[in-house]
Design a protein around this ligand. Structure first.
Ligand SMILES: Cc1cc2nc3c(=O)[nH]c(=O)nc-3n(C[C@H](O)[C@H](O)[C@H](O)COP(=O)(O)OP(=O)(O)OC[C@H]3O[C@@H](n4cnc5c(N)ncnc54)[C@H](O)[C@@H]3O)c2cc1C
Length: 476
C-alpha cells in the first residue's frame, strides 16, 4: 500500500521522513496552546532538498508549514488539516563569518545563542536575544521578526538581517538583500522578515553581527508598587538614557522565578526592574547615575548593581527562566504580547489586574518594559474546560484593552493562528486586502502555512462563511 511518505522517501533519506503517529502529534504543536494535525514531517538538509520537497507537496496538493525549533508562541508552526511540516532543524551550519563587515551567513536551523557563542572570541555577538535563545532558530527568528530584552537599544531582527535565500511555494529559489548597505530595488527582504512561513522557506540568512560594548552594568531595582516601577521606566528614558535592556517582573512572577533560580530576588516587592546599560566606561557611569537617581525619586527600595559577571548572569538567568517558572504555578499558560505606548503602561497593567479579578484567573507579568511590550501570562489548567473558556475571554479582554490605548497585537511573537482573528481590530479591510495580495504574489495557491496571520475573508470580495471558525482538527 502506498503512503504519503513514499514519494518523499524518493527525495530524502527515509530517516528524514517521519510519519509515526506519536511524532506527528509532537510536530502538531509549538510553544503556544494550539494543537494542529500534521500529515508528515520532512527534514531536508540542503536548499535543493527543501525546493524538491516544496515542489512535491505542491504536486500532491498539500500545504507546507516551515518549522524551526517550534518555540513559537502564537501557533505559527502548527500544521492544520494534515499539512506537511518542513523542519529546518538539520540545516544548522554556520557557513561563513566575516569579522570585517561584521556579519555571518548561516543556515536557518542555527540556534540563536549558538551564533553568539561561535563569534564571542572575536568580540562580537548577534544582538537580537529572545529569552528562548538557547532553543530557537535563526530562521524562526527571521520568520517572526523576533525581539528580545536587548532589542530596546539595538532593534529587533529586521534591523539585523542583511540578506537571505528563500524557497518559494513553486520551488523557485530567490535571493534577497545582501551585505550592501542599501541594496537597490524593492525591499522584499524587509517583507519576508516577519512573514511567519507564509511567503516561503528561509534556507539561508546573512545577519549583521554587533561589537561587544566596552563595559556593561546590570541593575535590579525593586518597588513597593507596580505604578512606581512604571514611573521609573518613563523616568529613565525621559532622563535621556536608552538602556541596553529594561525588563519588568511583577511579584507573582518574581516569587515563581526565585523558587527556581535562587538569585536572592526581592520576593516581597510589588515589581522589579532589571536594567542594563552599556557603552564606554564614562557613558556607563553617567547612565548608572541616572538610573540610581530615578530609582530614588520614584521610590525604589534598593538598586542592586551586579557585582561581577557571575551575578549579572544570574540576574539574566532569572529573567530568561520566567516562562518556564510558570510551571510551578499551573501546567499551562496562555500568553499575549501586545505593545502599548509606554506612557499608558501603568493604566494597562492596572486594567490587566482588573481582568484577572473579573475572570478569576492568575495573571503573571514579565515583559520588555522599555518598549511597552507586555507579556501577560494567564496561568491555567487546560484539563478544566470551563477555565479554558475564561482564559480565552480574559485574553480577548486584554487585547481589547491594549488596542483601546493605541497598542498593537504583537511586539515580537507574531500573529500565527492564535492572534489571526484579532487582526481586524488594528487593520482596515483595505490594509488586510493589500497584505493578502502581497502574500498571493509570493504564493498564489496559498500552500505556504495557510490559515495563518491573515483572517479568513482578508481579500476584498472573499466569501466568509464563518470568520471565527478554524479547520477541523485544530484546538485552541
Ligand atoms: C520561553 C520562551 C521565551 C521566548 N521569548 C521570546 C522573546 O524574548 N522574544 C521573541 O521574539 N520571542 C520569544 N519567544 C517566542 C519564540 O521563541 C520566537 O518566536 C522564535 O523566533 C521562534 O523560533 P523557532 O525557531 O522556534 O520557530 P518556530 O516556532 O518553529 O516557527 C515560528 C514561525 O516561523 C516560521 N518559520 C520557522 N522557520 C522558518 C523558516 N526557515 N522559513 C520560513 N518560516 C519559518 C514558522 O512557520 C512559524 O510561523 C519565546 C518562546 C519561549 C518558549
Amino acid at each position: 500500500m502506498s503512503t504519503l511518505r513514499d514519494p518523499f522517501e524518493r527525495l530524502l533519506d527515509p530517516a528524514r521522513v517521519i510519519d509515526h503517529a506519536l511524532e506527528r502529534r509532537l510536530y502538531s504543536r509549538d510553544g503556544s496552546i494550539a494543537q494542529g494535525d500534521c500529515g508528515l514531517v520532512v527534514l531536508p538538509e540542503t536548499t535543493a532538498e527543501v525546493a524538491a520537497c516544496v515542489r512535491l507537496a505542491g504536486e500532491l496538493g498539500l500545504a507546507v508549514v516551515p518549522r524551526g525549533s517550534g518555540t513559537g508562541l502564537c501557533g505559527g508552526a502548527v500544521p492544520l488539516e494534515g499539512a506537511i511540516v518542513l523542519s529546518v532543524a538539520r540545516m544548522g551550519a554556520i557557513l561563513e563569518i566575516d569579522p570585517e563587515v561584521p556579519c555571518a551567513r548561516v543556515q536557518p536551523g542555527v540556534l540563536n545563542l549558538d551564533l553568539t557563542t561561535a563569534v564571542r572570541h572575536l568580540g562580537l555577538h548577534y544582538a537580537p536575544d529572545p529569552s528562548s535563545q538557547q532553543a530557537c532558530s535563526i530562521g524562526g527568528n527571521v520568520a517572526t521578526n523576533a525581539g528580545g530584552p536587548h532589542c530596546l537599544a539595538s532593534g529587533v531582527t529586521a534591523q539585523h538581517v542583511l540578506g537571505m535565500e528563500i524557497v518559494l511555494a513553486d520551488g523557485e529559489v530567490l535571493r534577497l538583500g545582501g551585505t550592501a548597505p542599501d541594496p537597490p530595488g524593492y525591499d522584499l527582504r524587509g517583507f519576508v522578515v516577519g512573514g511567519e512561513g507564509t511567503l516561503g522557506v528561509v534556507t539561508e540568512v546573512t545577519v549583521r553581527l554587533t561589537r561587544d560594548p566596552a563595559q556593561v552594568r546590570t541593575m535590579l531595582l525593586d518597588f513597593p508598587t507596580v505604578r512606581a516601577a512604571g514611573e521609573a521606566v518613563g523616568g529613565i528614558i525621559g532622563g535621556g538614557v536608552i538602556p541596553a535592556a529594561m525588563e519588568m517582573m511583577d511579584q507573582r512572577m518574581t516569587i515563581a522565578v526565585e523558587a527556581f533560580v535562587h538569585a536572592d530576588l526581592p520576593v516581597d516587592a510589588a515589581a522589579m526592574l532589571l536594567v542594563e546599560v552599556d557603552g564606554t566606561p564614562a557613558e556607563v557611569a553617567a547612565h548608572v547615575a541616572v538610573v540610581e537617581e530615578v530609582g530614588a525619586r520614584t521610590g525604589a527600595r534598593r538598586v542592586r548593581v551586579a557585582r561581577d559577571e557571575a551575578e549579572r548572569a544570574l540576574f539574566w538567568k532569572a529573567r530568561k527562566s520566567a516562562f518556564g517558572a510558570v510551571a510551578r504555578v499551573a501546567p499551562n499558560y496562555y500568553l499575549h504580547d501586545c505593545v502599548v505606548p509606554r506612557t499608558r503602561l501603568i493604566e494597562v497593567l492596572e486594567r490587566i489586574e482588573a481582568i484577572a479579578a473579573e475572570f478569576d484567573l492568575v495573571i503573571m507579568n514579565v515583559f520588555h518594559a522599555g518598549d511597552g511590550n507586555l507579556h501577560p501570562l494567564i496561568a491555567f489548567d487546560r484539563r478544566d474546560a470551563e477555565q479554558v473558556e475564561r482564559v480565552h475571554a480574559a485574553g480577548t479582554a486584554i487585547i481589547e484593552a491594549c488596542v483601546a490605548v493605541g497598542g498593537v497585537l504583537s511586539g515580537e511573537h507574531g500573529i500565527g493562528l492564535e492572534k489571526r482573528d484579532f487582526m481586524p481590530l488594528t487593520f482596515s479591510a483595505v490594509d488586510l486586502d493589500a497584505q493578502a495580495r502581497a502574500r498571493d504574489a509570493f504564493d498564489p495557491e496559498g500552500r505556504m502555512n495557510p490559515a495563518k496571520v491573515l483572517p479568513l475573508g482578508s481579500r476584498c470580495g472573499e466569501l466568509v462563511l464563518d470568520a471565527g471558525s478554524l479547520p477541523p482538527g485544530t484546538w485552541l
